[in-house]
Each structure stands twice: as structure tokens, then as C-alpha cells.
Design a protein around this ligand. Structure first.
Ligand SMILES: *[C@@H]1O[C@H](CO)[C@@H](O)[C@H](O)[C@H]1NC(C)=O
Ligand SMILES: *[C@@H]1O[C@H](CO)[C@@H](O)[C@H](O)[C@H]1NC(C)=O
Ligand SMILES: *[C@@H]1O[C@H](CO)[C@@H](O)[C@H](O)[C@H]1NC(C)=O
Ligand SMILES: *[C@@H]1O[C@H](CO)[C@@H](O)[C@H](O)[C@H]1NC(C)=O
Ligand SMILES: *[C@@H]1O[C@H](CO)[C@@H](O)[C@H](O)[C@H]1NC(C)=O
Length: 329
């Protein structure tokens, strides 16, 4: 008969919240009393805390005011407007469009997001791209995947009405993903005389925040200036005014105070007693135990929680454990 060996393992479960999955109330907020550019502030927050703050509601906005001095100055938040976060309507996927792409050429000085209102792209002069207000009415180019053709619709519509039209009667607003597509489009437009024509490129304004989460809450200043307005042409970062709590866009290279947050991490130590005939010192057995515990933890309501599991596999820890925790618990 095999000797019944009673061994115990001390399992330490470090349950720590995944950043994006933690609800906002388990965050701690910090006002940093130093002036930095938005990017420097972001690095500082990521190094010393978790990230620049995301403001999900007016309570958090109020809380930030309560931990900062009431002075006529501003502090960066994690809100920024990424001028190169373009997506194609047809793919709904992020698509980076640099300024030097061989077949995607921005017209001089574009994208400029005039008045912080230009989130859709039109071809200008048939070959160059220009970001324009999505509500402007222009002719548009649909793509039909059934017969791989480009259809110029000369009736002027807003970008989203044009998108609906193309999705109803063809496939979608056209993408330009290759030199071939670009030259076919140029051919389609040749001689049409249109100045601006909508294509399928667009982006989401002011999303996501620095920590990659999104929020529908905004607290932009409405008076005396209607913010965001991109007043100086490169105002792609949002700061909170420390007296009024309202937000305004500013140049990301300007220096401001800033707010960081820390995702609060829960650590729970779980001690377990295991009784087995198997050799608990074997790495293989320990891995099996480790997997089982991991899956039982993720089956509970802690599914959103990252689980780090350490099984101590040093003999001396096992023996001291046998002497103390196994007897007590
Ligand atoms: C492709 O199909 C669409 C929709 O039926 C039609 O409007 C268009 O003229 C066709 N193009 C070609 C080149 O066949
Ligand atoms: C575009 O034009 C090229 C020739 O330049 C042709 O081979 C290709 O089939 C065309 N594609 C579409 C989708 O019209
Ligand atoms: C546009 O069409 C004209 C004739 O209508 C032609 O001479 C010209 O080469 C075309 N341009 C391009 C870029 O295809
Ligand atoms: C940000 O979130 C999106 C979806 O919510 C995800 O696809 C993307 O990978 C995330 N990016 C980073 C850098 O975490
Ligand atoms: C998980 O949460 C739900 C309600 O949110 C509750 O009914 C259920 O009993 C919980 N399960 C466990 C294992 O705690």
C-alpha cells in the first residue's frame, strides 16, 4: 500500500483588476502639481500611477476639482483627439493613414480639423484627401463589390446619408486601399467636375481616452468660448479648468498641471490544504493544481479579474507550511 503522504501547498492568488475592466469607483485620483506637455504627463502618470485620468461622470469631475487648488489654471486629462485614427467605413477597422502614403495623399496642410469639426474625408480635386465636416453635403463615391465598380453619385448628401445610400444600393462608401483602387477612382472621377467627393474614411472625435477606455460624459466649456474649437489649429488635448471644472482643448505641446489615476488592486491571499498521494514536490503536479485553481477562480464572479497564481514549489516553504498553516486552518 502506498504511503499516504499529506502535503500542503500555500497558494497565493493575486487578484488584480484588469485596467480597462475595472469600474471607475475602484480608482484613486491624483493631482500632479507640475507642468508638463500632454505626452510628458501621460508618461509620468504611466510610470508613477496607472494613466492620465478618464472622467466618466460629473462625480469624478467634481472629485478632481476637490483634490486640486482653485486657481485660474488648467490640468490635462486623458482626453485627446488623434488626428490619424482614421477608419474605413467598409471595414470598421482602425487604419493608420500617415501623411506620406504613396496613394493616400493629404492636400496641403490637411488634416486640419478646422473648428474641431472635421471628422470625415473627401477627395479634393479628385486625388488629394481633405478632412471636412461630416454634415457638409457633397457628391460621393460608392463601391459595389458584386461587379467591382466605383459609382459616383452626383447628388449631394452628408457623409452618413451618403454611407446609408451606398450601403443600401451598393456595398459601402469606397475605400482606397491600393494604387489600383486609387487609379480606378481617379478614372471614375475624371471629367466629372466635382470639387469634393466623400469617400469612406472617417474617425471618432475625442476617443478613446489615454487609458483606451471610452466615456460619453463631456463637460466642455460653452461660454465664453464654445469648446472644443481647435482655435489655434493644433488643439488636440483636453484640459480641465481648475476653477470652473469645464474642459477646453489646448495644444498638446503646451504645459499644464495634470490628473492621473491609479487602478486599485485587490490582493487576496488564499490558503488551501491539499491532501494527495501524489508527489506534491513534482513540478508537473504543481502545474496541474495551478491550472485547476486558476479555472475555478475564473468561473466565479471574478471573471473580469486577472489572476496570477503562484504555487510555491520550494521544499522548505512546503515544510514550514506543513508545520504552521496546515495544522491551523
Ligand atoms: C454595378 O452594379 C451597380 C448596381 O447594380 C450598377 O449601378 C453599376 O452600373 C454596375 N457597374 C458596372 C460597371 O457594371
Ligand atoms: C482597377 O484597375 C485595374 C487596372 O489598373 C484593374 O486590373 C482592376 O481590376 C480594377 N479594379 C477594380 C476593383 O475596379
Ligand atoms: C481624363 O480624361 C481625359 C479625356 O476625357 C484624358 O485626356 C485624360 O488623360 C484623363 N486623365 C486621367 C488622369 O486619366
Ligand atoms: C484599445 O481598445 C480596443 C477595443 O476596445 C482594442 O481593440 C485595442 O487593442 C486597445 N488598444 C490598446 C493599446 O490597448
Ligand atoms: C454571481 O453574481 C450573481 C449576481 O450578479 C449571483 O446571482 C451569483 O450567485 C454569483 N455567483 C457566485 C459564484 O458568487
Amino acid at each position: 500500500m502506498p504511503r499516504m503522504e499529506e502535503t500542503c501547498l500555500l497558494l497565493i492568488l493575486l487578484l488584480s483588476g484588469g485596467l480597462s475592466t475595472l469600474p471607475p469607483h475602484s480608482r484613486e485620483y491624483h493631482f500632479v502639481n507640475q507642468k508638463m506637455t500632454w505626452t510628458e504627463a501621460q508618461s509620468y502618470c504611466r510610470e508613477h500611477f496607472t494613466d492620465l485620468v478618464t472622467i466618466y461622470n460629473s462625480n469624478i469631475n467634481q472629485l478632481l476639482l476637490s483634490i486640486s487648488p482653485r486657481i485660474d489654471d488648467s490640468a490635462w486629462t486623458g482626453l485627446h483627439d488623434d488626428r490619424y485614427s482614421w477608419k474605413w467605413s467598409m471595414e470598421e477597422k482602425a487604419f493608420y493613414v500617415g501623411s506620406t502614403h504613396e496613394f493616400l495623399i493629404w492636400a496641403n496642410g490637411q488634416p486640419d480639423c478646422v473648428n474641431a469639426k472635421e471628422y470625415c474625408v473627401a477627395l479634393q480635386g479628385q486625388t488629394e484627401m481633405n478632412d471636412r465636416p461630416c454634415g457638409d453635403s457633397y457628391p460621393f463615391l460608392c463601391y459595389n463589390a458584386k461587379n467591382t465598380s466605383y459609382i459616383l453619385v452626383k447628388e449631394s448628401r452628408s457623409w452618413s446619408a451618403a454611407q446609408s445610400y451606398c450601403r443600401t444600393y451598393h456595398t459601402d462608401l469606397t475605400s482606397i486601399r491600393s494604387k489600383e483602387e486609387k487609379s480606378n477612382i481617379t478614372l471614375t472621377l475624371n471629367g466629372s467636375g466635382v470639387q469634393y467627393v466623400w469617400i469612406g474614411l472617417y474617425r471618432d472625435p475625442w476617443a478613446p481616452w489615454s487609458d483606451n477606455t471610452t466615456s460619453t460624459f463631456t463637460n466642455w466649456m460653452s461660454y465664453p468660448y464654445k469648446e472644443p474649437n481647435n482655435y489655434y489649429g493644433s488643439e488636440d488635448c483636453a484640459a480641465l479648468h481648475l476653477m470652473s471644472g469645464v474642459w477646453a482643448d489646448g495644444s498638446c505641446t503646451g504645459r499644464d498641471f495634470f490628473f492621473c489615476f491609479t487602478a486599485v488592486t485587490k490582493q487576496t491571499v488564499v490558503k488551501m490544504k491539499l491532501q494527495s498521494e501524489a508527489d506534491m514536490h513534482s513540478t508537473e503536479i504543481q502545474q496541474q493544481v495551478s491550472q485547476q485553481v486558476s479555472s475555478s477562480v475564473t468561473n466565479t464572479n471574478l471573471t473580469q479579474v486577472q489572476t496570477m497564481l503562484h504555487v510555491f514549489h520550494h521544499l522548505h516553504i512546503l515544510s514550514s507550511c506543513q508545520a504552521s498553516c496546515c495544522q491551523k486552518d
